[in-house]
Design a protein around this ligand. Structure first.
Ligand code: DGJ
Length: 697
């Protein structure tokens, strides 16, 4: 039984972990346990019943509530804030009932005076050691009320004020820096106000006591399954209680909950492991690969993307020439990026008019697609559905469709305005336009790009509360994308937002692949990839070899991209014959390790920020086969060379490691310091790829 109600305690058990809470004597739903699964239900602690601390701290302030409302003398971060029609802003959701339904628990709370019903949902994902939480708010009365905050969950850690927060931060072209910081007393807020989850922070967290590493240590981790504005408040109270609240951002947020209406928060997913950051990542990787992605088992093709080669100079000839060369390299998919559609001669025109430009393709796009197919490749096409250029037929016909205030001049971002996807007419237009393209043309891959952040977030002709835009836009985005996916389930989507501007679980429900950064310079990319790998698996991580940082050796650039789903995005008309030949060999080699990278377990043997060396290892699930990719970026002359120990092998089985003498047990390879030759004469920016093979005895 994944969920038990035992002595008034709700106990949620996964294969290896448990989470418990219950009603305390004051009638508050109080958290009591999150950690390793214990042998007996009686082992779990009863919910805490704190007393007051002097006149300044009521018991409610000291109770680790599962879903605190803004009320009482409670100054911790609440999950819920509501203003009633009469102006009352105090909300007291109290236990009314519960329902256990297989792996899901629903707890109903109700305010004693106002007709707000709060349902807390818990789903136990036992095999992955994850718990999913969300809330629904129902107005059971006749008068509207205004929701001003509705988080998805508050996750409580074992008592203590000694935790370290790991999170990811960055900016465009420089995403995914891993930051580890001791949590101070008070509230640490991470958020996005940009309408996307953003390049700047990601709705993901990990907490440990400061001693966990890749291989061991207790780590509590989680995320918000949402692609819009979000907020994470990591709080350490004066009474050594540490908790993470996560949900849609309450910045500039209001939601009018009318009579009988229901508001559902996005979901938050969290887990616990004693296996350090490596195990936390692998848990998420398995879950995303097996339970989230639209096409979990598809082997992704090596692809070529023509963006950096031709920019807006797209026509049959320029693309056919690139396609011929891409096919020679062994690419299996050819994608035209921005620049193919009506009026798209620069970044300032065409967005919104989703039909092939008749001047660029006088014989129609069909001719190019047929040519690409004859070369033995699939065809892919780029879209940026959420944007419109003022210089477009769409904008001329529907200026009222953009996000703006009537009295303010809307700011352009990359020469574009933002279509308001909260509007049903905009949604219908996009569904129709994309459906038409995907029905008419033989398109197997499609890229959904998004290249600006919002400004002047006004909703012209809003039917209700205009600040609902923040949520309704994202719901509209999911609706458009889902409708298209249902009509064309064979199409594999890639998501991009100027690189890593929208990397979140919500996107991975729509798209199997993510373009994680516009920065494809291999040394920088290793760090970006390492940050990304904390959350999501390599099978979702597009990685192109481009002409960026061309001074870095060719092999290194390829090896870096071979850590993800390999593609080429360079101007290959300028590659020398020798480069073409080397690329062909490397792509052929990649195809032999691709199943390991895509479906195997990832071990970060050496994080990207350590002394200029980085190494990752991928092992097949049956632990019979693996591959190691190791890199030396820049290290001073007197730095030590790279020494590694392998991971993820069966201790008693025998393995051979390419380039290393002898056949040894897995235990030996995991305990011996291996030198990988990335030093001495080889110099900086060298890399190596080694296969690991089990030998049948
Ligand atoms: C931004 C993306 O990140 C690039 O890869 C490319 O698709 C451009 N947009 C095209 O406008």
């Amino acid at each position: 039984m994944p969920i038990s109600l035992h002595n008034s305690l709700f106990i949620l058990e996964t294969d290896r972990t448990a989470y418990a809470f219950g009603l305390n004597q004051a009638g508050l739903l109080a958290h009591s346990y999150w950690g390793e699964r214990l042998p007996f239900l009686d082992d779990y602690p009863v919910p805490p019943n704190p007393g007051a601390w002097g006149p300044f701290n009521n018991p409610s302030q000291l109770t680790p509530e599962e879903y605190p409302g803004y009320e009482d003398m409670k100054y911790v971060e609440p999950c819920l804030k509501v203003t009633q029609a009469d102006g009352v802003r105090d909300i007291s959701p109290r236990f009314e009932g519960c329902e256990i339904d297989g792996d899901t628990l629903r707890i109903t709370l109700r305010d004693g005076v106002y007709p707000l019903r709060v349902t807390l949902h818990y789903r136990v994902i036992a095999a992955y050691d994850l718990i999913e939480r969300w809330a629904t708010l129902t107005n059971d009365g006749a008068v509207p009320m205004t929701i001003e905050r509705a988080f998805s969950a508050q996750w409580h850690l074992p008592t203590g004020d000694h935790y370290r927060l790991t999170h990811l931060h960055g900016r465009w072209f420089d995403e995914m820096h891993i930051e580890r910081t001791a949590l101070a007393h008070g509230v640490t807020v991470l958020e996005s106000r940009r309408l996307t989850s953003s390049h700047h922070h990601h709705p993901w967290f990990a907490l440990d006591d400061g001693r966990a590493d890749e291989e061991q240590g207790a780590v509590w981790f989680g995320l918000l399954d949402w692609s819009g504005n979000w907020k994470l408040a990591a709080e350490v109270t004066d009474f050594a209680s540490t908790r993470v609240s996560i949900g849609v951002n309450d910045w500039d947020f209001a939601w009018r909950l009318g009579a009988g209406e229901v508001f559902t928060t996005p979901r938050s997913l969290a887990g616990f492991t004693r296996g350090g950051f490596g195990a936390a990542s692998r848990t998420m990787h398995d879950y995303v690969r097996e339970q989230v992605l639209p096409h979990p088992r598809v082997v992704h093709p090596v692809y070529y993307n023509s963006w950096e080669a031709t920019l807006f100079d797209v026509n049959f000839e320029s693309q056919a020439r690139l396609a011929r060369l891409a096919a020679q390299l062994g690419a299996e998919m050819f994608m035209i990026d921005d620049g193919w559609y009506k009026g798209r001669f620069s970044q300032s025109s065409g967005l919104g008019d989703w039909m092939p430009d008749p001047h660029k393709f006088p014989d129609g796009l069909e001719r190019l697609i047929a040519y690409v197919r004859e070369l033995g490749m699939e065809f892919g096409l780029w879209f940026e559905p959420e944007m419109v250029n003022p210089d477009s037929d769409l904008y001329r016909a529907h200026p009222e469709w953009v996000i703006r205030y009537p009295t303010r001049e809307p700011r352009l971002g990359r020469d574009a305005l933002h279509l308001n996807l909260a509007r049903a007419d905009v949604q219908a237009y996009l569904i129709d336009a994309l459906d038409h393209m995907l029905s008419r043309y033989d398109i197997r891959y499609a890229n959904w790009d998004m290249n600006r952040n919002v400004s002047e977030p006004g909703w012209q002709d809003a039917p209700g509360e205009p600040r609902e835009l923040w949520i309704r836009y994202v719901d509209g985005l999911y609706h458009v994308w889902d409708s298209i996916r249902r009509k064309h389930p064979q199409v594999i989507w890639q998501s991009c937002s100027g690189g890593g501007g929208r990397i979140d679980l919500g996107m991975l429900r729509m798209s199997d692949l993510i373009w994680i950064s516009d920065n494809s310079g291999a040394p920088d990319r290793l760090g970006i990839q390492a940050g990304y790998s904390l959350m999501f698996p390599a099978t979702t991580m597009q990685a192109w070899v481009t002409d960026q940082q061309r001074d870095v050796p060719f092999r290194f650039r390829f090896h870096a991209a071979m850590c993800g789903m390999l593609g080429v995005g360079a101007d290959i008309t300028r590659w020398s014959a020798a480069e073409m030949e080397e690329a062909r060999d490397l792509i052929a080699e990649y195809k032999t390790i691709r199943p390991l990278v895509q479906f195997g377990d990832l071990y970060r043997l050496r994080p990207a920020d350590q002394q200029g060396f980085t190494a990752v290892q991928y092992m097949s699930k049956d632990q019979r086969e693996g591959v190691l990719l190791a890199f030396r970026t820049f290290v001073g002359q007197h730095e030590p060379s790279l020494t590694l120990r392998l991971r993820g092998l069966i201790p008693g089985a025998l393995y051979r490691v390419e380039g290393c003498d002898g056949v040894r047990s897995g235990a030996a390879w995991m305990n011996l310091d291996l030198q990988f030759g990335l030093y001495g004469g080889l110099g900086n920016y060298s890399s190596t790829l080694r296969r690991i093979t089990m030998i049948d005895s």
